[in-house]
Design a protein around this ligand. Structure first.
Ligand SMILES: C[S@@+](CC[C@H](N)C(=O)[O-])C[C@H]1O[C@@H](n2cnc3c(N)ncnc32)[C@H](O)[C@@H]1O
Length: 259
């Protein structure tokens, strides 16, 4: 791959402490929830985009599914591989940019969780092309009717955080829903400037539709508080449950929400 993106540098440096984050502590309940939504056949195949240290991928593998975990950060993947070994489960780990991979139509489901790649913009990424290319790649990788669950940054919460002064000073771009900020990946390391894109549910429905998927439901999806419940204005993440629906798209239709 070419030169490291800012998020790759960030997660490479953050990897040793990623699993200390409070939002990573609900993996078992999250996987229970995913399995209710994904309608997987026994032993089915799952693609985890932006899998990080592999917490969902490994738990899914422990429950008998064939999992591929994809991530940009070699340090996150290295921890994922160690954790899978410690649990004696097999997961296929692939280091690639989620905007660039191509797999055949072979997965029974896909997940992209806690903003795993989706909307984590490199310095030159276009705010529409980046998420759309990830959706197209995921859609192409799925079998017809296969389901996907994404949790992505919520624009309502991002907008409410900022004032005109922040726009003038470059911290928030309201035209593209992009936040620019600097974070130290861990204590003692210099801050890295990163860009993060947030989304409104209607544009998510449209982006998924362009990529050949139908959104079945949009719910509140903040880590630690997943549920089949309405999105709250200030919560960090939106959950999208979708299915690959070539026939519906060709017919110009949309799927009815299902619960
Ligand atoms: C906040 S973590 C989420 C990890 C995991 N999904 C979870 O729920 O714990 C975001 C992950 O996305 C990865 N990532 C960021 N941009 C990416 C890209 N363009 N392609 C693939 N992975 C990316 C990062 O390396 C990081 O591991």
């Amino acid at each position: 791959m070419s030169e490291k993106t800012t998020w790759e540098r960030f997660f490479d440096a953050h990897a040793p402490i990623y699993d200390d984050n409070v939002f990573t502590k609900n993996t078992i309940r999250e996987v229970d929830f995913l399995l209710d939504e994904l309608h997987l056949p026994p032993g089915g195949s799952v693609l985890d985009v932006g899998c990080g240290t592999g917490r969902h991928a490994i738990e899914l593998a422990k429950r008998g599914y064939a999992v591929t975990g994809l991530d940009l950060s070699s340090e996150m993947l290295s921890r994922a591989a160690d954790a899978a070994k410690a649990e004696s489960v097999h997961v296929e780990w692939i280091r690639t940019n989620a905007t660039q991979f191509t797999f055949p139509e072979k997965y029974d489901a896909a997940v992209c969780l806690c903003e795993g790649a989706f909307g984590l913009l490199g310095q030159s990424d276009d705010p529409i092309d980046q998420p759309l290319s990830i959706l197209c790649n995921v859609s192409r990788s799925l079998k017809p009717q296969a389901r996907a669950v994404f949790t992505v940054a919520n624009a309502a919460a991002m907008i409410r955080k900022y004032q005109n002064k922040d726009v003038a000073e470059g911290r928030f771009d309201p035209l593209n829903m992009v936040e620019s900020s600097e974070h130290a990946p861990r204590q003692g390391l210099p801050a890295i400037a990163v860009r993060e894109r947030a989304f409104v549910p209607t544009e998510l429905i449209l982006l998924f539709r362009i990529a050949g998927m139908s959104v079945l439901n949009t719910w509140g999806g903040t880590a630690g508080n997943w549920g089949r419940r309405p999105l709250e204005m200030d919560e960090i993440e939106i959950m999208v449950v979708a299915c690959k629906a070539a026939e519906l798209l060709a017919a110009g239709g949309t799927a009815k929400p299902r619960v």
